[in-house]
Structures are given as C-alpha cells and as structure tokens.
Write a protein that binds this ligand. Structure first.
Ligand SMILES: [Ca+2]
Length: 365
C-alpha cells in the first residue's frame, strides 16, 4: 500500500532572493540560462549554464513503507516510554485523527507543539527483528544540496542504514551506516565525516555519532552530512564553490554521489537504551519519526533554471534547445552536434553547450 503525499504547492521557484537567504552568494550563480546581447549583426542570445534553485524536496516525494502494515494503531495499542516502563499512557489508534500516526506526518510543517510524527507498531514479536524500510521516491533525478536530517520522536535506532538509488529503485547502494556499535552491527570500524578527505570522500562509513543518548531531548536527529562533504573542496564555510564546481565538472563519480532518484531508510533495530531487552514490556520499543529534511534541486544537466511539478511529476523546463525530464537530449531539428551536459566552468557563467540546428547555422557558444 502506498501513501501518496503529493503536495500540490507551486513548484516553480525562481526567486533568487529566497536562495540567498539560505546559501552563500556563490550559490546564486547559474540562475540565468540566456540573455540578449547586442552584436555587430544586431540582437542575439548569449547562453550560460543554469540550474534550478535548491528547495525543500519533501514536497514532491512519494513515501512507501515495507512492511506496509507496520504503522501503529490498527488495532489500537498503548505505548510505554522507553525511559520509564511505568509510563504507559500513550495510545495509537489509526481510526482517530488525534491518535493516528500515519507516514505523512514525517513531512508536514513542523514547529507546532506538540510535534506530529509517524510511529511503528511496537516490538511485540521480539526476538524476531523489528525492521522497517521507508522509501522516498521522486521519479526524477535530483541533486542533494544540503544535509539529510531525520528527527526521531522515539529514541534513535540502534542500527540503521541510509541507502540511495539512481535508477528509480531498481538498484540500491548504501550512503551511510548508523549503529551504537559499528563493529558489532556491520563489522565496520566506526568513523565520522571528519575522518574523510578529498581522496576518501566517496567512502561509505559507519558512524556511532547519531545512535547514542537514546532519550535526551536535544539528541534526536540523524544526519547524512552533505555540506561537510562539500566543504572538503569548497572550504569550511563553502566560500570556494568554484573549487567544488570544478571538481563536479570533471569527476562524474563525485557528481553522481550527490544525485539520487530515491532514498531508503532501513530501520534495523529500535532504541532499547540497554544491553538487555525488557521482554515483559515490549511496548517500550518502537520507531517514531517527526520530520525528514531533504534539500536539493532537479537535475537538469545545467540546461534549465526551473523545474515544475505537473500532474504529480517533476520535470525540468529545458532551455538551450534541449528536451526530456532532465534536459538530456537535443530537441528535434537541433542535432547539429552531439548533446552535451553544460559546464560550471568558467566561473561564474559556465558554458551552456547548447544544441544547435541540424542545418548548421552560425551559433554562439
Ligand atoms: Ca511532523
């Protein structure tokens, strides 16, 4: 069963001022695809590499849970607090709006009090593992521009994997492993993003940073650190984006690393807060997530500065005589040379690499 949460908010984002609020000035580059200039022959178009503004991508995703009936409340259940087994006054009931915890509550506007959250059934079948896959699908290639942040309402999981797909969910590769004990859970040495270098940037690590302190109110987030990885090229405050863009231009692996069509959160073991699971009170163990943040932009191969959400699907508004959801082909009658991705270089305008008419007219760039 699928929960469709297509938010029908307008997807056209062209406000440069808005982008400036969130990103250093360098991010504002590449927001124009072409401009008119005067030449000896009169008015002509000057073409530049361009890309859509980064935005909140959770508005455009579809979420699916596996197993599909893992959400609490059918039948109604009562829950205990992990930190206090005698505090069992929480109820989940799928048929009552105030007591239901459906998946869309991971993506609603947060900031209200109390928070809204998705919650799983409890670990009633212990010692059989309590495992849930949460799959987020965009049906479009997107490029991540900021950290992925999950906020847990329950304790953070003791074991979890974040995975990505670049082919609409056919194949998956891990992004990061999370555990209270990386060696025990995944036979991996624990590392943090700070251990990475330019050379090892694409290494997949297991981190223990986000699994400890199971109930502390300020310790509820699990992160996949995009900006720390960018910073390996662009400097700690991302002041040298030219360096990052130069690398993205020349290293396909690096560009692909930040590009996804789907994300999958594999919850493998809930917080127990102890080495022993209290078998007399399994209502203490479950997963609950109040918020998921995914910032990114449509991948348009530097041939579009806007991306629209139409009939439940994202698509680039292609310029430079290109076409397709990612602007990855030349338009009909514009096959004068092979299609090519735009280039970030030279900074700041890049190179458009436009498609040219099949009958070889004179063109700029
Ligand atoms: Ca929420």
């Amino acid at each position: 069963m699928f929960w469709l949460i297509f938010f029908t908010l307008q997807a056209v984002c062209t406000s440069v001022a808005h982008a400036m609020q969130h990103y250093p000035a360098a991010w504002g580059h590449y927001d124009v695809c072409k401009s008119q200039i005067y030449t000896e022959e009169g008015l002509a178009w000057d073409y530049m590499a361009c890309q859509p503004e980064a935005t909140d991508m959770t508005k455009y995703l579809r979420v699916a849970l596996d197993p599909p009936n893992i959400t609490c409340g059918d039948p109604p259940e009562t829950y205990c607090a992990l930190e206090n087994p005698y505090m069992c006054n929480n109820e989940c009931d799928a048929t009552t709006e105030e007591l239901a915890h459906p998946p869309e509550l991971m993506f609603d506007f947060e900031g209200r009090n109390p928070t809204t959250f998705w919650q799983s059934t409890s670990w009633k079948k212990y010692p059989k593992p309590l495992q849930v896959n949460i799959t987020l699908s965009w049906n479009k290639t997107i490029e991540l521009t900021d950290d992925i942040v999950l906020t847990f309402e329950s304790g953070r999981p003791e074991q979890m994997v974040l995975e990505k797909s670049l082919d609409y969910g056919r194949t998956w590769t891990p992004y990061q492993f999370y555990a209270t004990d990386c060696l025990d859970a995944f036979t991996m040495e624990p590392k943090t993003v700070n251990d990475l270098t330019q050379r090892t940037l694409l290494d997949i690590i297991c981190t223990e940073d986000y699994s400890r302190g199971y109930v502390w109110k300020n310790d509820k987030t699990v992160r996949f650190e995009i900006k720390d990885r960018f910073a390996l090229f662009a400097g700690p405050r991302l002041h040298n984006m030219a360096s990052l863009y130069g690398q993205l231009d020349t290293t396909k692996n690096l560009r692909d690393f930040f590009t996804i069509t789907d994300l999958r959160i594999r919850l493998l073991k809930p917080a127990t807060g102890a080495t022993m699971v209290d078998e007399n009170n399994l209502s203490r163990y479950f997963y609950a997530i109040s918020d998921i943040k995914v910032q990114g932009r449509c991948k348009c191969n530097l041939h579009a500065n806007s991306c629209v959400f139409d009939k439940g699907k994202l698509g680039c508004e292609c310029e430079h005589n290109t076409t397709g959801p990612d602007c990855s082909r030349c338009k009909k009658h514009y096959h004068g040379r092979a299609w090519s991705v735009g280039s970030y270089l030279p900074i700041p305008k890049g190179t458009a690499n436009i498609c040219i008419p099949s009958n070889h007219g004179p063109v700029r760039k």
